[in-house]
Structure formats: C-alpha cells, structure tokens
Design a protein around this ligand. Sequence first.
Ligand code: ATP
Length: 208
Amino acid sequence: MIGIFGGTFDPIHYGHLRTALDVMQAVGLEQIRFIPLHGPVHRNPPQASPGVRLQMVEAAISGQDGFVADDRELKRAGPSYTVDTLLDLREAFPDQTLCLLMGMDAFSGFPNWYKPDEILELAHLIVMRRPGEDQLSLASQNLLSKDQGPDISMVNQQSAGVILLQTVTQLDISSTRIRSMLSQGNLPRYLLPEAVLELVVEQELYKN
Ligand code: ATP
C-alpha cells in the first residue's frame, strides 16, 4: 500500500512529517510519496519555486525509511489535477493500493475538487484531524457518513473508496505561520527540520 501526500510544501514542516509517519505506522503503508504541487488548482500560487520546494522536501525526509520525494507533478506543465496524478501512479504501481492523505481542511473542500468520484475509484482517502479544523463542510460530512466509521481493516479489504478519519499527533503548525514569522524576521526554529530551515536561510526565502 502506497500513501500519497500532495501539498504545496511551502515550506514542508513537522505538521506534515509527524502526521505522515503516524498514518504510515497506523495504516501499515509501505511508503509515502510526498508530491509537491506545481500550481495548486484551489489557492494562491506558492512563494518558493517548484525546484526549491522539492529540495526542501528531499532535505526533510532524508534518512526516513519509506518516505519518498516524488516530482511527477512538477514535471507536468501548469496546475495538475489529483485525479491525473492518481491515474499516473496507478500505471506506475499497478499492483499497489493507493491511499491519498489529506488534512481536514483539504477534505472539507474535497467534494468540489475535479472528479472526486473518480478519485474515490482510484484510491482510499485518509483524512488527518488537524488542530482548529474540526468543522467539515456539509458536502464532506455527507461523504463521510456514507461510510460511517470504517475501521482500518477496510482499507486492506477494499482496493479503493474507503474514507478513513485518522487521529494523528496534533501539531498546530502551518506553512502560512512559518512564512509570516520569516517575513517579520523571526526564525521558525523547532517547527520544521533544521535542514529545511538551513535552506530557507541560505536562499533568503519568505522575507517579504
Ligand atoms: P499553508 O499554510 O500555506 O496553507 P499548510 O501548512 O496547510 O500550508 P500544505 O502544503 O498546504 O501545508 O498542506 C498539504 C497537506 O497537509 C494538506 O492536506 C493539509 O491539510 C495537511 N497539513 C498541513 N499541516 C498539517 C498539520 N499541522 N496537521 C495535519 N495536516 C496538515
């Protein structure tokens, strides 16, 4: 089973990393592929370049077994849809079950994504509870209640379509907060790996 963790990672932080490890261990995933998004479809463009965001992901996950940096979205021109990335992964890993990880904020908007039904035919969704994000949109609540309370074993029994609400370490960290600290001249030390902070400082990222 492969976990897919897409994000702007602008920059990647411990909120992404610890929760990904929680999911990998709880669900029994063999690997988690961190996929930096080129230009997200649903929000403002990232501040750091695609190449630097990939570099930060590589620095952050270095040494962790099972964590893989995957640049397939960055190689495509323009914004890409999750459904296309999943079709790509299905082709690359035909024998593996795919699990798409996302925070509750992302899941809240999921029913409005491009082809959500097709996404659920290609992968399971693992929704990570995120501090301050307990309110789900009505549409995403309805999606959840269709499969009321599936347990982890269902992820193994079915090849796709299970929506699992997974409890993870509650770390109230966001890239927005990190960027804002840096723009005010404060170092966000201990919120992200030191190797990522070094890249941020070296390349003078997020100063304004
Ligand atoms: P920004 O503040 O720029 O919006 P972010 O911190 O939310 O960034 P993203 O790269 O947009 O980070 O997040 C990628 C995915 O990781 C999303 O599905 C998001 O919900 C999830 N995520 C981010 N931070 C956390 C966290 N602290 N706990 C759980 N999930 C998180």
